[in-house]
Ligand binder design. Structure first.
Ligand code: KG4
Ligand code: ZN
Length: 341
């Protein structure tokens, strides 16, 4: 496998990494979470400005830490879609400059393919086919990984992504941003069965989700429990919400794996760190003789090592991108081959 230097800047993390043979030689992630927390969510204009400040130090550190020389690096991979346009452009401009300067091929990567590849880094014996539950601040998808670079999206959210639901519910409970980790923490002292909430099923689409109804149900519940500003049983509400999301996602994933005869599932993206989701997936996988793989949190949240891994796969297939490649805020995963010449 080739040695790849990769850049990721699609949202609020500025990241650079060097990966060789599914081995992470360096992985630098500079998070902007504290800045955006002041606004209760990611502010695109601020994100782009921070990427400008952080990108060169991140690349320099990843290069130095890897112990490789430019002569030993075979290609430059970069997330080009989907994501915040201003943010993507900073990473792509840096990658094009490095590729030109050091005469290396440029490999454009679809951000979701990167997330899928985080499982390959976490578990070196993992090979397709497998089923991937990808749950993050921007996505909630169930993806059939038929082969390397061959994907079929089996289910997605009709409205809010899973992480978005965590963030919005945390905001309405007054718990701050990002919502996932704080809901996870506070739920450990709550009763997950305290309140029954809707799982957001979509009729005739067994693997799709809808989380906006769940968020509204939590809002109604808080209004009902505290019509005159009485203190809310926050831990019980958080735990019931978390359990509902965990059960909904785990049930849909396992059902899909069984229907397609897949013996391995992986869970990636920031929400895959959730303790209730992990424990549901572990139990339900074991009951159905399915192997469940969870990359460590450092690989679940946005990072450039996963982008480098995807870059290595494409480069070893002879797939490289044009120096004129444009960033795209949206691109279906199934269309990721359009990124290559
Ligand atoms: O993958 P990620 O870092 O960024 C995106 O690509 O979106 O995911 C961030 C999301 C946030 O919405 C955050 O609230 C959620 O992941 N998250 C969690 C947990 N840790 C992070 N959600 C639930 N439980 C957690 N423990
Ligand atoms: Zn992501």
């Amino acid at each position: 496998m080739p040695t790849i230097l990769a850049i990721e800047s699609s949202c609020d993390e500025t990241a650079a990494a060097v990966v060789c043979d599914r081995q992470i030689l360096s992985s630098v992630v500079s998070s902007q979470i504290q800045t955006h927390a002041l606004f209760g969510g990611v502010v695109p204009e601020i994100a782009a400005r921070q990427h400008v400040e952080m990108i060169n130090p991140a690349i320099a550190e990843a290069y130095r830490e890897s112990g490789k020389t430019w002569a030993e690096i075979d290609g430059i991979a970069v997330t080009t879609a989907p994501g915040l346009i201003g943010s993507l452009m900073i990473g792509v401009t840096a990658a094009k400059t490095l590729a030109m300067l050091h005469k290396k091929p440029l490999i454009a990567i679809h951000h979701l393919e990167g997330h899928i590849c985080s499982a390959l880094l976490a578990e070196p014996t993992l090979e397709p086919p497998f089923l991937c539950l990808l749950v993050s601040g921007g996505h909630s998808s169930i993806i059939l990984v038929k082969d390397y670079t061959d994907y079929q999206v089996m289910g997605k959210t009709r409205d809010d992504a899973a992480g978005e639901a965590f963030d919005k519910v945390a905001r309405l409970l007054g718990l701050g941003y990002p919502g996932g980790p704080v809901i996870d923490k506070i739920s450990s002292s709550g009763n997950p069965k305290a309140y029954k909430l809707p799982q957001g099923r979509i009729p005739d689409s067994p693997y799709d989700s809808s989380f906006s109804g769940l968020k509204t149900a939590v809002l109604r519940l808080t209004q009902k429990l505290s019509p005159n500003g009485e203190e809310l049983p926050i831990a019980d509400i958080a735990a019931s919400f978390q359990e509902t999301v965990a059960l909904a996602l785990a049930t849909r994933t396992i059902k899909c794996a069984i229907a397609h005869n897949l013996s391995t599932i992986v869970a990636v993206g920031g929400v895959a760190a959730n303790s209730a989701l992990r424990s549901r997936l572990v139990t339900m996988s074991a009951e159905n003789n399915i192997r469940a793989i969870f990359p460590p949190l450092s690989l679940c949240t946005d990072n450039a090592a996963m982008i480098a891994c995807a870059g290595a796969i494409h480069l070893s297939r002879g797939e490289t991108s044009s120096m004129n490649i444009a960033t795209r805020s949206r691109l279906n995963l199934e269309d990721c081959q359009s990124l290559y010449i």
